[in-house]
Design a protein around this ligand. Structure first.
Ligand code: GLN
Length: 226
């Protein structure tokens, strides 16, 4: 099976390295014809407005929508999460183009600027039950977004407990936000698993592909347990 990583900008190389460590044929995707035949796609972190502009310039939106509506698994990390969200807040006047499909509202820079980047041990019970290992994972948040609202068909995989005063003005009063979700063929994380040595998120995504990703079938695929 070949898995693509959208390689317009951002941390695509790091995802490629993780996928190759797991023995997967990992492909950089810049043009729409490179999506053909892929079993899944990762949309990396970076800068979501720049990524959207480059995707528009390369005429990728229709092909990406088709890929997603065909039920092929897509995983967005950080800027990739913003890209997949149906609704974004905290965006500049005029907005930015979103691929959508993930029924949630994401606050684009919920945790603030680069200076407010941080790492933590995040509790993810479903990661442990699905992929084994600890109930927490090291989560790297870089100018990170957060999900402030989800639709009923979205499975919440991880929540972040907010410290007093940590929420931006529009979200004052919240005591937690959502930072990892799954909805049908889509997985999204507000943080960067590709910057850690824990490959369980990549395995979880590969297993979504192998399990059929709610529509996509990969003939001969086996569950990744290594
Ligand atoms: N908040 C950034 C954006 O709006 C995303 C940051 C990241 O991907 N590390 O694009």
């Amino acid at each position: 099976m070949a898995v693509g990583v959208l390689a317009l900008q951002g941390s695509f190389k790091e995802h490629i390295v993780c996928l190759r460590k797991l023995g997967v044929d990992a492909v950089e995707v810049r043009k729409l014809e490179q999506l053909v035949g892929l079993s899944g796609l990762i949309i990396p972190g970076g800068e979501s407005t720049t990524m959207a502009k480059l995707a528009e310039k390369n005429n990728l939106f229709p092909a990406l929508r088709e890929f997603s509506t065909a039920g092929k698994p897509i995983w967005g990390t950080c800027a990739g999460l913003i890209f997949l969200a149906d609704r974004a807040s905290g965006v500049k006047e005029g907005g930015q183009k979103l691929l959508g499909g993930l029924d949630c509202t994401v606050h684009r820079n919920f945790f603030g600027s680069q200076l407010n980047s941080f790492e933590m041990e995040l509790s993810v019970p479903t990661l442990a039950s699905r992929e084994g290992g600890a109930e927490t994972c090291r989560a790297v948040f870089i100018r990170a977004p957060a999900i402030v609202d989800v639709g009923s068909s979205v499975e919440v995989l991880a929540e972040y407990p907010l410290a007093p005063g940590q929420a931006p003005q529009q979200e004052v009063g919240k005591d937690k936000v959502i930072v990892a979700v799954k909805q049908n063929n889509m997985l999204a994380t507000a943080f960067h698993p590709e910057l850690t040595s824990d490959l369980r998120w990549h395995k979880l995504f590969l297993n979504m592909i192998n399990d059929g990703g709610e529509g996509a079938q990969v003939p001969g695929a086996e569950r990744i347990v290594a």
